[in-house]
Ligand binder design. Sequence first.
Ligand SMILES: Nc1ncnc2c1ncn2[C@@H]1O[C@H](COP(=O)(O)OP(=O)(O)OP(=O)(O)O)[C@@H](O)[C@H]1O
Length: 316
Amino acid sequence: MTKISKLEIILNRRAGNGESLRIWKTIKHFLKQNNIDFQIHTTQKNGDGIRIAKELADNLEPNAKILVLGGDGTLNQSVNGVKNSKNPNTPLAYIPAGSGNDFSRGIKLHHVKPLILLQNILSMKTPRPIDIGKAIFPEQTKYFVNNIGIGLDANTVYTTNHSKRKDFLNKMKLGTLAYVSSLVKVIKEQEAFPLTVTTDGSIKKFDQAYIVSATNHPYFGGGVAIDPLATPFDDKLDLVVVNKITGMTFIKLFSKLLTNGSHLQDENVWHTQAKSFTLSSLHDEYGQMDGEELTPQEFEINFEVSSHPFWLPVEK
Ligand SMILES: Nc1ncnc2c1ncn2[C@@H]1O[C@H](COP(=O)(O)OP(=O)(O)OP(=O)(O)O)[C@@H](O)[C@H]1O
């Protein structure tokens, strides 16, 4: 079935509150039964995914494939590790095993069973290019697979990650509810902030920005479609800016967001698609990248669409 010599597996055992370990047991059984050579590389802490992926990409045997088993955070780290290696175009295979799994939802892989996906990955001869985002900060460059958010969305990620309810609700397979319940909590706390967007030479200023999402595909927060028009196959990034609104106006907008995606047409929402744009906010704000917290800071980010080859059976 397979022409590969070896699978180098990056495993985050903590991803998905144990879901990754359950999937790993099934996969290990399959690999052993089919005499497929593999080596497991387990992350122990934040940042290990970057280091391991870089080392693997630096030294990968011909015909070996790197397989990432974890959530969006582990995939983000693996992409960044590979991009910083001597072989930045080393393809990555991915089996989603996190709690949010927004990347797999965004590329429409969400309902594929892990063993079916594994067999597809093993039989692929050519990797598929999928858009990713490149964020150039003043002192470093980061790649993201889902989105970078500033403001309410990021504050919500921070609050969810620090909430005891997250583990409980994830165990109940209610990860989206954990996100939404944190969102309800931070709606009152999050203040509006000034934002400048530069795209294609034109400047747009917002005095009352509240949710800012530079996104590669529709989803954040474990399935909330902040940008139903975004696709990771158009060689563009999307940007959504929502102005601070309160009361019934917010509730109406929020229900559009959660139901039919018509929030993009709302007068309080601004949306664009471009190959590159710059965001600048001279105001300390929460930030998130692929569901992981960024240190609260004044943001000055140049965004560019980029691409990475993936061993993933996806179509445009
Ligand atoms: N052994 C470990 N113990 C604790 N944390 C780890 C370990 N290995 C990796 N991590 C960290 O766990 C965090 C969460 O990982 P990941 O995003 O893959 O899972 P998730 O949060 O369940 O999924 P998703 O992002 O899709 O919701 C990442 O920041 C990663 O660096």
